[in-house]
Ligand binder design. Structure first.
Ligand SMILES: Cc1cc2nc3c(=O)[nH]c(=O)nc-3n(C[C@H](O)[C@H](O)[C@H](O)COP(=O)(O)O)c2cc1C
Length: 386
């Protein structure tokens, strides 16, 4: 007859065993137990999740070593690690490519752990099968995407580099014949053979002004090429001082420019000084140019917070303006809204501005209406205190 206490202990051990069995049976991961038998591990137990995962039934599983899941993939890298761990009675977690009964593949993150008997001798291994197919497929897709992005970035860098060297050498190579044309024009003008004031003199004048325009185009092309390459030398730039210098330069070169220019003091940004100078030169140059025929022309350079709460710099004028329907083309190279005779220009200035601002991680936008002036907004990183 058992004592009441012994009976109670036996009951509680039984409850524990049943609970343990149920817990293992209801695990979402596959759980298997393999008996150690001459270097093989024939399974003595597999839970429901294992059968569900592999599609095999107990008759095909119990008594067999799990290697039947590997199909022809018996030399996968994970298996080397697993074989070493099994041989040394160690736990291991490996990633294996396995096959279900219907031949479909899945990624199995398998953990095997040795189970020792009371005397410390290895008797079994417990294996936990975790189906990580979705995770691995996603990771593979991310890897493929990264590779293709890296390839594209490399191709883009190469294309950019050849474009830069093309436009830069083209620009340099064009300068020499152009200055020769200009030189001969000047010589011809002074020449005694040149009848003054006649048709020939007029044609010569046209050649000269076209050569002049071509020179400006070459300069602008060179600037555009430079705006796109070379490492950015980022420093704190005093944009207000730069703007003042730019405007003074324009007014010196064209004293007829009568616009009143307001420059907000203390505007600073982080960026490459020579490139940001180029941005201001283009935007303020445009503002002065397109307001030059407006009475009481006013140009304003400042910084404001947009309705969306974004701090942005702006260059505003009350000049000619343009139709916003064409705004999409505004920043493209060689896009011009006004005729050369009305407002001379190269059509490269805003393309250069956009490239520079984009390279600094900012954005440039414009708002305008015909006859109502224009405002160009651009964002740049600013020093912490500003
Ligand atoms: C408990 C246990 C579970 C295992 N489960 C898997 C499994 O799900 N998939 C698999 O490919 N291998 C599994 N293995 C590994 C193989 O059964 C086998 O040990 C391995 O392929 C190395 O043996 P081999 O050198 O004869 O191929 C398991 C091993 C043990 C001990």
């Amino acid at each position: 007859m058992q004592s009441d206490q012994a009976q109670a202990e036996e009951d509680s051990a039984h409850v524990e065993r049943v609970l343990l069995h149920r817990a293992i049976a209801s695990s979402q991961n596959g759980i298997t137990i393999g008996r150690v038998s001459n270097g093989q591990f024939p399974l003595i137990y597999a839970n429901r999740a294992f059968y569900h995962l592999t599609g095999y039934g107990p008759a095909e599983v119990i008594g067999n070593d799990c290697r039947f899941l590997q199909g022809r993939l018996t030399r996968q890298p994970g298996l080397e690690t697993l074989r070493a761990a099994l041989a040394q009675t160690r736990e291991a977690t490996v990633l294996l490519r396995n096959f279900r009964k219907d031949g479909t593949e899945f990624w199995n993150e398998l953990t095997v752990s040795p189970v020792l008997g009371d005397n410390g001798v290895l008797t079994h291994y417990v294996g936990i099968q975790h189906d990580v197919t979705e995770r691995e497929n996603n990771a593979q897709a991310v890897r493929a995407l990264n590779q293709s992005l890296a390839r594209q970035a490399e191709e883009l860098a190469l294309a950019n580099e050849s474009l830069r060297s093309f436009s830069s050498s083209a620009s340099h190579d064009l300068r020499a014949p152009l200055s020769s044309i200009k030189g001969f024009c000047a010589a011809l003008k002074k020449s005694a053979d040149m009848p003054q004031g006649g048709r020939s003199a007029h044609y010569l004048g046209r050649i000269e002004s076209n050569a002049e325009r071509m020179g400006q185009l070459i300069e602008a092309l060179l600037k555009l090429a430079q705006s796109n390459t070379g490492a950015l030398q980022v420093v704190e730039c005093n944009l207000s001082a730069m703007a003042r210098e730019v405007v003074d330069g324009f007014k010196r070169a064209s004293p007829e420019l009568a616009a009143t220019v307001h420059i907000e003091p203390g505007l600073t940004a982080l960026g490459d000084a020579s490139l940001l100078y180029s941005v201001l030169q283009n935007l303020l140059g445009n503002a002065l140019k397109y307001s030059s025929k407006t009475p009481d022309a006013t140009v304003h350079f400042g910084r404001e917070v947009s309705s969306a709460g974004q701090a942005r710099f702006f260059v505003r004028d009350n000049g000619e303006g343009f139709d916003m329907k064409a705004a999409a083309k505004l920043f493209g190279a060689f896009e011009r809204f006004h005729s050369e005779s009305d407002f001379p220009g190269t059509g490269l200035g805003l393309a250069t501005v956009r490239r520079i601002v984009m390279r600094h991680g900012g954005a440039v936008t414009a708002e305008s209406a015909p006859g109502e002036g224009a405002v160009f907004y651009f964002t740049l990183e600013t020093p912490p205190a500003s």
